[in-house]
Design a binder for this molecule. Structure first.
Ligand code: UD1
Length: 375
């Protein structure tokens, strides 16, 4: 019997973690069994893909399926937006019947969004094994919804597939037995490496009239940065000031667009401060690779900028991805000292840091191997 996996994706940052996994499963199934010429693999893996529909817009979801060549999901739960309780509850209600009909050997969840914790919880209650990709990351800041999702998911998962050694240490400190922890590396980098040739042909710099190395790329969407008017106003003001020194391109997340309107904050109209819609994966990689620096509160962009050695200012008091600071190109900032941090970044090195271990594009392969022996 093949090993049966149910793969869960729900929100934008999940798609680049699921795509390499599907490719690694396909490669595993195509490889001949060791020592034979038989093309049928004795331990083949079957999978179904569930899209919870937490993100649903063309620019938040569909474009990633196309660019990352992810097959159409077998199940789309279409849960949409809502409060945390509404969204989490809707995912759980819609996921349970899927799980009961599919009866997989493993439910594989990725990252730290509401879909991750909701589906892990349903599976654990039905006695179905849960594997968590990107386990063990901790910001130690429970005011972040993602930290709650990480803690919940890791405490009930059977297999904790970690991106870095600090994640292993966090889990050990929480008393997770060694047998459940597997250091597999950063799966986001698998997608990055695979998609780099296409990202380099994106053409977005030409479309926006930007020169490589001579603009700042901004993405901000965390509730802590956009939900309160004074904070968002201070951030916009600091970016407007920075735009006098270097052109800025700001890809506006739907939450941020909504909050700018709610707080009655005007969008800048200057040619040096361009506001654009959320960008697809290839355009995003191209903008990160070629920026003079990036300003973000995204987890994924801290990692992608570290890969490219592009200086990154992270608008948060903490990060669950400490290797991006200790080895990579990342530095924390806040709305209070943003203007001076931008200034010092512009006078600093254009390329920073080095590549952390296991950022080698082979994490999905290690995950597929980790799911094998325990079946
Ligand atoms: C979610 C994740 C966050 C991740 C981010 C990436 C949680 C708790 N948060 O935050 O970790 O960094 O995704 O984008 O899971 N909206 C649309 N179209 C969409 C999706 C959302 O317009 O396709 C709007 C809705 O108005 C919604 C708001 O964006 O209310 C926020 O969406 P939601 O999924 O609740 O949280 P994010 O801020 O996107």
């Amino acid at each position: 019997m093949p090993t049966k996996l149910l793969l869960v994706a729900g929100a934008r940052p999940n798609f680049m973690k699921i795509a390499p996994l599907i490719k690694a499963i396909d490669r595993h199934n195509e490889a001949p069994a060791a020592g034979t010429s038989d093309s049928r693999h004795p331990a083949s893996i079957s999978y179904s893909l569930v899209h919870t529909g937490q993100h649903y817009d063309e620019k938040m979801s569909d474009v990633f399926f196309r660019e990352l060549r992810i097959p159409a999901p077998h199940h789309n739960l279409a849960v949409g937006s809502g409060s945390h309780a509404e969204q989490t509850a809707r995912i759980m209600l819609a996921f349970e019947p899927v799980l009961l009909s599919e009866r997989p050997d493993w439910v594989v969840v990725v990252g730290d969004v509401n879909s991750t914790a909701a589906c892990a919880l349903v599976a654990a209650k039905l006695g179905i094994r849960v594997a968590h990709v990107e386990a063990g990351l901790r910001s130690f800041d429970r005011s972040m919804p993602e930290e709650i999702n990480r803690l919940v998911t890791d405490s009930i998962a059977d297999l904790l597939l970690t991106p870095s050694a600090d994640a292993d240490d966090n889990l050990r400190r929480e008393g997770v037995p060694e047998s459940r922890i597997r250091l597999v590396g950063n799966i986001m980098i698998d997608s990055l490496v695979e998609n780099l040739p296409r990202a380099r042909q994106s053409g977005i710099l030409r479309r926006l009239g930007l020169a490589a190395g001579a603009y700042a790329f901004v993405t901000i969407h965390r509730p802590a940065n956009v939900d309160q008017r004074p904070v968002l106003a201070a951030i916009m003001q600091a970016i407007e000031t920075a735009a006098r020194a270097v052109p800025v391109v700001f890809a506006l997340h739907p939450r941020t667009r909504k909050m700018l309107a709610t707080h009655d904050l005007a969008l800048p109209t200057s040619d040096r401060f361009k506001i654009i819609d959320p960008v697809g994966y290839h355009d995003s990689l191209c903008l990160i690779e070629n920026a003079r620096f990036i300003l973000t509160d995204s987890g994924g962009l801290q990692e992608e900028s570290t890969y490219f050695r592009t200086p990154c200012l992270t608008l948060r008091p903490n990060t669950e991805r400490p290797v991006t600071i200790s080895l990579g190109s990342n530095r924390l900032t806040s709305h209070l000292n943003l203007a001076s941090d931008i200034e010092s970044t512009l006078t600093g090195n254009a390329r920073l840091g080095s590549l952390p271990p296991f950022w080698d594009g082979k994490s999905a392969e290690r995950i597929v191997a980790a799911l094998q022996p325990v079946v």
